[in-house]
Ligand binder design. Structure first.
Ligand code: GLC
Length: 425
């Protein structure tokens, strides 16, 4: 990584800046590192343009792999080394307690902006009173379904996972008999990474099996309902979901879905606007609903996701970086992001914004879903969350791959987590 070579103070002051300040102003080049799915890199250029125009600074996005797990590994290395190359990091909602020491406290500079955000999201980025990152969007997944196919087979969006599997199979069989050899019933994220933790938490929680580690720190994952939930997911692999689903992340699932080759998909709201794009085979053909439950009466569970912007303590451009962070977390950028990328805003008032509702109906529809979403156990497990999650997704991935039963793998996981916890998280 040799960003420093690219960084150069631009001594060229614009005429406007000269007029305002009376003397040449050094424009700064700011580096922002972020994972990229969908059209994020292209959209980012448009997103930061008003800030660049207003300040005379420029922003360069350093794109990272799509996987949040890969990003975390890289960021941890850079931060541990005190890298000055990166000014701002786009951070996952689960990282705040683990990376808090490396970021600037934004409490004071954001004091006017913070009250406009949902308090629970601000809370998730606050560690021992320090505001380590500012929310730029929140996330809660949807069950995407093909309206046209459900209608053709006289089906309605499924309420339970069993119903989903049944409907998926009927439509898959019917369509294949008509020559659609590549059609699958259900695509989701089965790769061994953080995304699988999200999917599996949803299966388990919606089966009444708890949330891996409970908010009070108790390890709860080894229970009958969790076993049943994982066995159910295993039964999908090779039947209604391709074997390849065990290597899918968000973008692979979206690829199958958007070429018209899936009846159902579990994905985050970013897939909504892309699915309605002109190059999408499913444009106008799909709806979204909440994820199914284990049995009637259980509550649907959506894992809480979301992204934030944090200013590196090691940045040598902190003032400009803070200004950019405030801009990205503010109403103008959040509105643009909502309209262009169907990302859920974290600013309360934007849920009543008519332009957003007209462009992306999923956004007002999803307010209650994210407000009731299930957090991963990053708060109770503190600095150990990444290891907890890695052990969990490995146990799930093994189960899905047929390496041991769900009961065996969860029993072993409980032992490992107990060991990791030691005398306390
Ligand atoms: C989404 C979520 C993020 C989660 C990731 C898992 O990007 O917003 O919180 O960790 O998916 O793949």
């Amino acid at each position: 990584m040799n960003i420093m070579k690219g960084r150069a103070f631009r001594a060229t002051a614009t005429a406007a800046m000269l007029a305002v300040f009376g003397a040449p102003v050094m424009a700064e080049e700011i580096f922002y590192v972020s994972g990229a799915v969908g059209a994020a890199v292209e959209n980012f250029k448009t997103l930061v343009k008003p800030w660049e125009d207003a300040t005379g600074n420029t922003v360069t996005m350093v794109p990272m792999p799509a996987s949040t797990t890969d990003q975390f590994g890289q960021y941890r290395l850079w931060l541990a080394a005190g890298a000055t190359d990166i000014d701002l990091y786009q951070t996952d909602v689960i990282w705040a307690p683990q990376l808090a020491d490396h970021f600037v406290d934004l409490t004071d500079v954001a004091k006017d902006l913070v009250p406009t955000h949902f308090p629970s999201i601000i809370e998730s980025q606050t560690v021992n009173g320090k505001l380590v990152a500012l929310p730029i969007f929140t996330d809660a997944p949807a069950l995407y379904y093909r309206k046209d196919l459900l209608e053709k087979y006289g089906k309605t969006p499924p309420k339970t996972w069993a119903e989903l599997a049944e409907t998926a199979k009927i439509i898959q069989d019917g369509e294949r008999a008509e020559g659609k050899a590549d059609l699958w019933g259900f695509v989701w994220q089965g790769n061994a990474y953080e995304g699988l933790t999200c999917d599996a938490l949803e299966w388990i929680k919606s089966y009444g099996g708890g949330q891996i580690v409970e908010p009070d720190g108790t390890i709860s994952v080894n229970n009958e309902n969790a076993v049943a939930a994982l066995e159910m997911a295993k039964s999908w692999v090779g039947t209604i979901s391709p074997d390849g689903v065990l290597a899918y992340q968000e973008e692979e699932a979206r690829g199958v879905w958007q070429t018209g080759n899936a009846v159902f998909m579990r994905n985050w709201p970013y897939a909504y606007t892309l699915g309605n794009g002109d190059d999408s085979a499913v444009k106008g053909l799909f709806g979204v609903t909440t994820l199914p439950v284990g049995k009637e009466g259980d509550a649907s569970a959506a894992t809480l996701g979301g992204w934030n912007v944090a200013v590196s303590k090691y940045s040598t451009h902190q003032e400009a970086a803070i200004s950019l962070a405030l801009y990205l977390a503010g109403p103008e950028a959040q509105k643009q992001r909502a309209i262009a990328e169907s990302n859920l805003p974290t600013i309360i008032a934007l849920y009543d914004d008519p332009d957003i509702a007209a462009a992306q109906p999923i956004i007002p529809q999803w307010k209650d879903v994210f407000l009731n979403a299930v957090p991963r156990p990053s708060a109770p497990t503190l600095g150990k969350y990444n290891e907890v999650s890695a052990k969990f997704w490995s146990a799930v991935h093994q189960t899905l791959s047929g390496e041991g039963t769900a009961a065996e793998n969860l029993e072993l996981l409980e032992v490992e987590l107990t060991d990791l916890k030691g005398s306390g998280w």
